[in-house]
Design a binder for this molecule. Structure first.
Ligand code: 13P
Length: 256
């Protein structure tokens, strides 16, 4: 059984003071949640404060990115051991990093290996853009991203990783994939590829979140889908009320 996992990606938002206040408020509002694993991903500058604010809580802390080298002359980067001091998870290969900061399947793969080498759990993002979607290339493209991300990753590590299927055209646009389409892509493009790369057991062990305009109003429809194991939430994770409502609505939908 895969335990659902809902995480908030705060992207380039929140000063240290704002991030701390948000973390403290979420700690209080989500304290009774047990059936869903929770996480938040603040900016690197707020990681320390947020990790202190959430210590001993049921909300895990994730970085939004990191470099693969442990140290060296790489101005502006943060390394796996530095992330490990402050977080348990790290988002890797978000489409915004691929689009604006030159991330490729190869850098994603290197970062996944670095995460595992330092006992960090990767949340790896994949998903097609609008043209690929319109051209019917989604399954082939996402499958190719999976091949790239998982190159030389052994099954026992692969099983620990979380994938986030985030169709790029649904991010921050208010558009979402239909829950049925997202479920189908996760089955056909993600799990089938993982069966080819590994085996049925590994493919079934890996959690796959949906991401892209998740809101309190639509989370229930996604979370009840058999292939969808949670959500990676952007905009709606920045307000205490909306992130809390997303999690509570998911808990309720799963309990039915
Ligand atoms: P939105 O929820 O703002 O569409 O962002 C999704 C996302 O990119 C999460 O990583």
């Amino acid at each position: 059984m895969r335990k659902p996992f809902i995480a908030g990606n705060w992207k380039l938002h929140e000063t240290v003071a704002e991030a701390t206040a948000l973390a403290e408020a979420l700690r209080a509002s989500l304290a009774d949640v047990e059936s869903i694993e929770l996480g938040v991903a603040p900016t690197a500058t707020a990681l320390y404060a947020v990790s202190e604010a959430l210590k001993g809580s049921n909300i895990q802390v994730s970085a939004q990115n990191m470099y693969w080298a442990a140290s060296g002359a790489f101005t502006g980067e943060i390394s796996p051991p530095m992330v490990k001091e402050l977080a348990t998870h790290v988002i890797i290969g978000h489409s915004e990093r691929r689009a604006y900061f030159g991330e490729t399947d190869e850098t994603v793969n290197r970062k996944i290996k670095a995460a595992f080498a330092h006992n960090l759990t990767p949340i790896v993002c994949i998903g097609e853009n609008l043209e690929q979607n319109k051209a019917g290339e989604t399954v082939a493209f996402v499958s190719q991203q999976i091949h790239g991300a998982f190159a030389d990753i052994p099954a026992e590590e692969a099983r620990k990783l979380t994938l986030a299927y985030e169709p790029i055209w649904a991010i921050g646009t208010g558009l979402t994939a239909t829950p049925q389409d997202a479920n189908r892509i996760i089955r056909e493009a993600i799990r089938e590829t993982l069966v080819d790369l590994y085996d049925e057991e590994t493919a079934e062990a890996i959690r796959v979140q949906y991401g892209g305009s998740v809101k309190p109003q639509n989370i229930a429809d996604f979370i009840v889908m058999p292939e969808i194991d949670g959500a990676l939430v952007g905009g709606a994770s920045l307000k205490v009320d909306s992130f809390t409502a997303i999690v509570k609505n998911a808990v309720e939908a799963l309990a039915q």
